[in-house]
Write a protein that binds this ligand. Structure first.
Ligand code: NDP
Length: 255
């Protein structure tokens, strides 16, 4: 019997996979047999992460791309470069950013920077990749959301708006592309220990809040996210589209 989670022969682009959650997702997809394109803006970090993964999984399993996901021309030429090596079967829209400041003080510039990085980029990269997926009649897209897709906290208004928007973008993409064989889903991580959250891990009050608020009683690790992404990228989820799976240790299940 074939393994429905097997990704052998599929090519995956994971945006923002040079570090953090994206890096761990890249590793999970490689373990499931996929070829992974490691991505970020900083070429040196992209190359060094890809070299480490290539040592473990083989040179042919990994390639690289460096482009800014917020700039349309960079996205178009960056994706063209990736497609020169073969079609993209799986896209994980993972790259993102955070900005913490009370909404009464946030400048329009900072608001727009977050919306552009965390929401508009998924539209730009998503539709550029989906054009070829629709033409081929197959593909899987996974948008990395957040518990802020569902719940708000003070000082991260733009992020909350962007991640909430990403849930509905996931539905909108499903409405337009699922009929052409392109499934689109979201994975919403809870509080995960990465560079993005190190300051929060180091803050005793915030740390205690996360531990108390998370039923499984710990921070998530980047490695906790890959299983859901592999499932949503593979034939094991072939009738699932437009959904967001919360991988949050139970945080959004309780008050
Ligand atoms: P990190 O800051 O650790 O990594 C971000 C990655 O995205 C890097 O590879 C970075 O590369 C890339 N990136 C950022 N901006 C751009 C850009 N404009 N163009 C291209 N690449 C870019 O983030 P995390 O791993 O913590 O987060 C990854 C995703 O998970 C984000 O969408 C985040 O919102 C989400 N998430 C994170 C949680 C957490 O607790 N950490 C919880 C819930 C969701 P470079 O700097 O070279 O551009």
């Amino acid at each position: 019997m074939t393994n429905p989670f097997d990704l052998t022969g599929r090519r995956a682009l994971v945006t923002g996979s040079s570090r953090g959650i994206g890096h761990a997702i890249a590793r999970s997809l490689l373990e499931a047999g996929a070829h992974v394109v490691v991505h970020g803006r900083d070429t040196a970090t992209v190359e060094s992460t890809a070299a480490t993964l290539a040592q473990e999984f083989g040179q042919d399993a990994v390639s690289t791309a460096a482009f800014d996901i917020t700039d349309e021309q960079s996205v178009i030429s960056g994706i063209r470069g990736v497609q020169a090596g073969g079609p993209i079967d799986i896209l994980v829209n993972n790259a993102g950013m955070q900005h913490r400041e009370p909404m009464l003080d946030v400048s329009l510039e900072n608001w727009e920077r977050v919306i552009r990085t965390d929401l508009t980029s998924a539209f730009l990269v998503g539709r550029t990749v989906a054009r070829a997926m629709v033409e081929r009649g197959s593909g899987a897209i996974v948008n990395i959301c957040s518990v802020q897709t569902d719940l708000a906290r003070p000082t991260i208004g733009a992020y909350t708006a962007a991640k909430g928007g990403l849930r509905n973008l996931t539905k909108a993409m499903t409405a337009e592309w699922a009929g052409s064989g392109v499934r689109v889903n979201g994975v919403a991580p809870g509080y995960i220990r990465t560079e993005l959250t190190q300051a929060l891990v180091d803050d005793p009050d915030f740390n205690a809040w996360v531990l108390g608020r998370t039923p499984v009683g710990r921070w998530g690790e980047p490695e906790d996210i890959g299983g859901a992404v592999v499932w949503l990228s593979s034939d094991a989820s072939r009738f699932v589209s437009g959904q967001v799976v919360f991988v949050d240790g139970g945080m959004t299940a309780v008050v």
